[in-house]
Design a protein around this ligand. Structure first.
Ligand SMILES: CC(C)(COP(=O)(O)OP(=O)(O)OC[C@H]1O[C@@H](n2cnc3c(N)ncnc32)[C@H](O)[C@@H]1OP(=O)(O)O)[C@@H](O)C(=O)NCCC(=O)NCCS
Length: 169
């Protein structure tokens, strides 16, 4: 692990901390909302057992890399997940974000993504971070554009062509 501090990050309305075993029910519900998962291309929604496995692998990544996926809360509690997907087998880190529907359209993604990117620069020296965005995902494309991300081509994932966007930190 490169940085053994476990971050709690804050923005004006949001708190972000590393995912934990106790988030399983919230993450499972998020993964089973078809409106949320439509453009994520992360495969079939997990069973409860698979969700626990995902969290365990996410915690392994935190231990290995010192960064990973984070749980987001607002005044109403759990509102999504966001962070870096970079398991041991993957060469490149990827920015991932998904909010519960109750959190959409309030500027949360635009508020939280830069908080994570700033921390990645300060704690881990990231100068940029890539994201794969479905070209039909208007909201995510708007977030990328607002945060100064640059479109750098197309990548194939799970049989779909996704746009590669590079976010400056
Ligand atoms: C994509 C997502 C993260 C956007 O989060 P959000 O907090 O609602 O986005 P913001 O409120 O910060 O909005 C940023 C901009 O996008 C626009 N926007 C957000 N969702 C939109 C939508 N569905 N259609 C059109 N515009 C949208 C907002 O109006 C805003 O633009 P503006 O400031 O010019 O008005 C959220 O919809 C989500 O979690 N979706 C499901 C998971 C997902 O697709 N994740 C991204 C995978 S790449």
């Amino acid at each position: 692990m490169r940085d053994d501090s476990v971050p709690v990050l804050r923005s004006p309305r949001l708190r972000l901390r590393p995912i934990a075993a106790g988030d399983a029910a919230d993450l499972l519900a998020l993964a089973h909302d078809i409106h949320v998962s439509r453009y994520l291309h992360e495969g079939a929604p997990p069973s409860a057992e698979e969700q626990h496995g995902r969290i365990a692998r996410g915690l392994e990544q935190w231990a290995l890399r010192g960064y990973g996926m984070m749980t987001i809360t607002d005044a109403g509690g759990f509102v999504g997940r966001m962070g870096v997907f970079h398991p041991a087998a993957a060469a490149e880190p990827l920015l991932v974000y998904a909010l519960c529907r109750r959190g959409w359209g309030q500027g949360y993604a635009t508020e939280a993504v830069p908080v994570i990117l700033r921390w990645l620069r300060a704690a881990h020296g990231f100068e940029q971070l890539s994201a794969h965005i479905d070209p039909r995902n208007v909201g995510s494309l708007r977030v990328a554009a607002k945060l100064g991300a640059v479109h750098r081509g197309t990548v194939a994932r799970a049989g779909v062509d996704l746009d590669l966007w590079v976010f400056p930190t």
